[in-house]
Design a protein around this ligand. Structure first.
Ligand code: ADP
Length: 454
């Protein structure tokens, strides 16, 4: 049974009664699927051309506040509509929901021009820049999360206290521990596979209750699309099993953080590995050395795109496998950038800075824009870092607060040239809003520490 569907196949599935619902989804600023559930009949005959959504969906926060101060929309401007244009190459079955298919949509204005700050448009633009240079980016995003033996409702009702992790001790690569979680994790792997996504494996991760799902690398836009679908799939499948999962970058101060490492390699349009040159050290081509130099030179500028919330920065702790230094290394997990597949066709760079809470479209676009700058300016690559990067006193730091990362993004001429001023200003506004929302709140840690003692 084909997982991906053409319109003709959808019509047939509707005629035989096996599909009756089509989810038409756009991706919001947080990387989430937002959209509508169509009756298949109406989708096939009408919404297949286009549908609409309120434009506040690209001017809001995790809580879906109507945030003041965006240029793109406001109460003043009346919060009108965007056009959601189904990208029919993404139409697929959703095996974990009965009788359901899903299609991703591009976000357009009423004249059918792309909305520049929509995540899919931002990534498309960087892919097009590379394509004009004869380069096809191939990327993968790993996805880590924590699994709990309780439902989202129970977690919410308990105020997210006394949470029941799915296992009691570190389950990194641990088969017996992860066997206990197979009821839900196997359903995730098989569900994702049935939606046309090449799932490689799941594995236990380095904390109690922590799992990882790996998807095979693919073209950059496909990878970002799949990342958003997989994240939604894992939540829905967990929910169907009465379980909760979280993709927070750091859900608990005593637990490991959850990452989303970004693997990246560049290929020619006819499929030759442009990062490989066996005659050079490590098999790293000149193009790859410039690309990597660009990633390093602009690591600060794009940290926000890998770590978009206050909580994201709690993950950057020494000795936790989450990086604190934006240096590159050969297969060394203490560095922000790790060269993998040395001397082989699989030679690639893994950016380890991103958390599982990143928006994949923005994260990938930020990496590509940095790499393009490196290639265009033929930036020279510094020597690799050797040893424990956490201890590297003079090594380049990853910005360690949302405030610092926001200022770097705002000041980045590289990003302003690559994304456009309005797009950068849009996300700087989102970042400052997030900071402000945090700054006005008193946390339980402050109260416990100071209530009596201060
Ligand atoms: P790790 O040991 O870090 O988990 P893996 O070998 O499992 O590394 O690969 C991690 C990810 O890298 C997978 O999603 C895989 O598809 C992806 N990957 C493999 N080769 C490439 C490549 N040439 N370009 C981009 N990503 C790749």
């Amino acid at each position: 049974m084909n997982a991906m569907l053409t319109l003709e196949e959808l019509k047939q599935e509707f005629a035989t009664g096996s599909i009756d619902t089509v989810l038409a989804c756009m991706v919001d600023m947080q990387g989430r699927l937002m959209g509508k559930r169509f009756h298949a009949d109406y989708f096939i005959n009408h919404a297949v051309e286009e549908t609409h959504s309120c434009n506040y969906l690209l001017a809001t926060d995790l809580e879906m506040e109507t945030v003041d101060g965006y240029k793109s929309t406001s109460w003043e401007a009346g919060y009108g509509d965007y056009v959601m244009k189904p990208d029919m190459s993404t139409l697929r079955r959703v095996p974990w929901l009965e009788g359901t298919a899903l299609v991703l949509c591009d976000v357009l204005d009423h004249h059918h021009n792309p909305i520049p700050h929509s995540p899919r448009a931002i990534l498309r633009k960087q892919i097009e820049r590379l394509s004009a240079m004869g380069i096809q980016p191939m990327m993968a995003t790993e996805l880590e999360f924590f699994l709990f033996d309780q439902s989202y409702t129970q977690a919410c009702e308990s105020g997210y206290r006394d949470m029941k992790l799915a296992s009691a001790y570190n389950e990194d690569y641990h088969i017996f521990q992860t066997t206990k979680e197979e009821g839900v994790i196997r359903a995730m792997r098989n569900g994702i596979y049935g939606a046309g996504i090449a799932v490689e494996c799941s594995k236990g991760e380095a904390s109690a209750g922590q799992e990882e799902i790996n998807i095979k690398y693919d073209k950059a836009l496909t990878t970002a699309d799949q990342h958003s679908i997989v994240k939604n799939a894992c939540k829905e499948i967990a929910w169907e099993h009465g379980k909760a999962i979280t993709f927070m970058a750091k859900w608990h101060n005593e637990a490991a953080g959850s990452s989303s490492h970004v693997h990246q390699s560049m290929w020619s349009l006819d499929g030759k590995p442009l990062f490989l040159d066996e005659s050079r050290p490590h098999g790293m081509s000149e193009l790859m050395s410039h690309y990597l130099a660009g990633l390093l030179a602009h690591a600060d500028d794009v940290t926000y795109l890998l770590a978009p919330y206050i909580n994201s920065y709690k993950r950057f702790q020494e000795g936790t496998f989450a990086p604190t230094k934006a240096v590159w290394s050969l297969d060394n997990r203490t560095a922000g950038f790790r060269l993998c597949g040395e001397g082989t066709k699989a030679i690639r760079i893994e950016c380890r800075i991103g958390g599982a809470d990143l928006n994949p479209y923005l994260a990938l676009a930020g990496q590509l824009a940095s790499g393009i700058a490196g290639i265009e300016q033929k930036l020279a690559l510094e020597p690799e870092f050797v040893g424990d990067a956490y201890a590297g006193e003079n090594a380049r730091q990853v910005p360690n607060t949302l405030r610092a990362a926001t200022e770097k993004m705002d000041a980045s001429t590289m990003l302003r040239e690559a994304f456009g001023d309005d797009v950068v200003d849009h996300y700087v506004h989102a970042a400052r809003w997030e900071q402000k929302e945090h700054d006005k709140r008193v946390t339980d840690w402050e109260v416990a520490r100071g209530f009596e003692r201060a």
